[in-house]
Write a protein that binds this ligand. Structure first.
Ligand SMILES: NC(=O)c1ccc[n+]([C@@H]2O[C@H](COP(=O)([O-])OP(=O)(O)OC[C@H]3O[C@@H](n4cnc5c(N)ncnc54)[C@H](O)[C@@H]3O)[C@@H](O)[C@H]2O)c1
Length: 367
């Protein structure tokens, strides 16, 4: 594993938990942890249970005892690290956004596919049993033919201009702020539940023009929020929004899907709940039904047999790691979402930026 910040810790915990929650085909072990320098790696490696540590990620990538390289470093480093890992013949698990641009993401896809390397990207919200339930309801036709979708991802962790969470997020070379960060999550959700996106027209902006970086107030170049109208390839329409300065919103990934026979919605500030409406209800008794995640839903029972006992964010990573480990077995289908899917997401991010700059519609095929 490369990186031991927020995601590094979540990944390490997920690798440990996956082997006890699920019956895995292979038991993962954290063979080596790389971080920015030897001391950081040593301290984090001790806490996270790494067998060995290094201050040089290239040594990790080259190490013959490593089968899988897990990249939890800042966005800007993903491409270089992944390409080196692929060249060394290692399978790669990489956090989202895959790379700051669609072009960079495509280079990673091409390298992995040419080398026959299996890959996975950390779109963990797709692994929520409630997301799987929503997909099952949509694909089973329970809400009829889908014609519209609204999606949003709102948090407020960047609201205070003087307290920066991860200064690297403000380097424009790392991706366009919230568009790359939270935008990639909600785009992946839209693609998963409704399908490929054909075009967008979007407006992204910087609301807080200066932030404290390296001890002084500096101009900001990356977006705090965006709004986009989207057209899906199958003709459905939708909106996508993201903000990291939405006051009071802590982890609001919300989706509402409308079909000819009903609708569903969820908001992952309550990530064990799905609301379902169908048009076949008796007159005067119509209403949304609240469904709580339980053992009848995908993967829930592996954690607990007790309905309504609530999975957490970290559990979604455990499910993701199960899919990763199983997908690394040569006899199994590869894991998903892979680098190709993450590139498709990044193409939409790029189209949002193009559209916002040009004040018009942008086609995803041009990204
Ligand atoms: N899937 C999710 O829900 C989710 C949530 C948060 C972050 N992320 C993604 O995870 C990645 C990391 O985000 P984070 O919040 O953990 O960041 P972070 O800043 O907390 O951690 C980054 C880690 O990478 C290390 N690092 C930096 N440069 C390095 C180098 N040259 N060599 C080795 N290590 C280096 C840092 O020292 C740190 O340990 C980002 O791509 C981010 O978008 C995903």
């Amino acid at each position: 594993m490369i990186g031991s910040g927020y995601m590094g810790k979540v990944h390490a915990a997920a690798f440990r938990a996956a082997a006890s929650v699920f019956d895995l085909s292979a038991t993962p072990s954290l063979e080596m942890l790389a971080d920015i320098d030897e001391e950081t790696a040593r301290i984090a490696g001790q806490a996270l249970g790494a067998s060995r540590t290094t201050g040089d990620w290239r040594a990790l990538v080259a190490d013959p005892d490593i089968d899988l390289v897990d990249i939890t470093a800042p966005n800007l480093l993903h491409e270089e690290m992944a390409l080196a890992a692929i060249e060394a013949g290692k399978n790669v698990y990489c956090e989202k956004p895959l790379a700051p641009t669609s072009a960079g993401s495509k280079r990673m896809v091409d390298a992995a596919e040419a080398a026959g390397i299996r890959t996975m990207t950390g779109f963990n919200y797709l692994k929520n049993p409630i997301t799987a339930l929503a997909k099952e309801i949509i694909e089973g036709g329970e809400i009829g033919e889908v014609f519209a979708m609204r999606g949003w991802h709102f948090e407020d962790y960047m609201l205070d201009p003087e307290t920066l969470v991860n200064p690297w997020r403000f380097d424009p070379h790392s991706g366009d702020g919230v568009t790359a960060d939270l935008g990639s999550h909600i785009i992946s959700m839209a693609r998963y539940l409704v399908g490929p996106i054909e075009s967008v027209t979007a407006d992204r902006d910087i609301v807080i023009p200066q932030r404290e970086l390296d001890g002084e107030m500096r101009p900001v170049e990356v977006a705090d929020q965006f709004r986009a109208l989207i057209r899906f390839e199958d003709g459905a329409k939708g909106t996508l929004e993201a903000s990291w300065i939405a006051p009071g919103r802590k982890m609001a990934i919300g989706v509402e899907v409308w079909g000819t026979a009903g609708s569903l919605y969820f908001d992952f500030e309550r990530l064990n709940e799905l609301h379902l409406y169908t048009t076949d209800q008796p007159r005067g008794r119509e209403g949304f039904k609240l469904i709580l995640a339980g053992p009848a839903h995908q993967d829930f029972a592996s954690f607990t047999p007790a309905p309504g006992h609530q999975l957490s964010f970290n559990d979604l990573k455990v499910i993701e790691v199960r899919d990763l480990v199983e997908g690394m077995m040569a006899t199994n289908p590869p894991p998903w979402p892979d680098f190709r899917e993450a590139w498709e997401v990044q193409r939409v991010v790029d189209a949002i930026l193009r559209s916002s700059a040009d004040r018009g519609w942008a086609t995803i095929a041009d990204s």
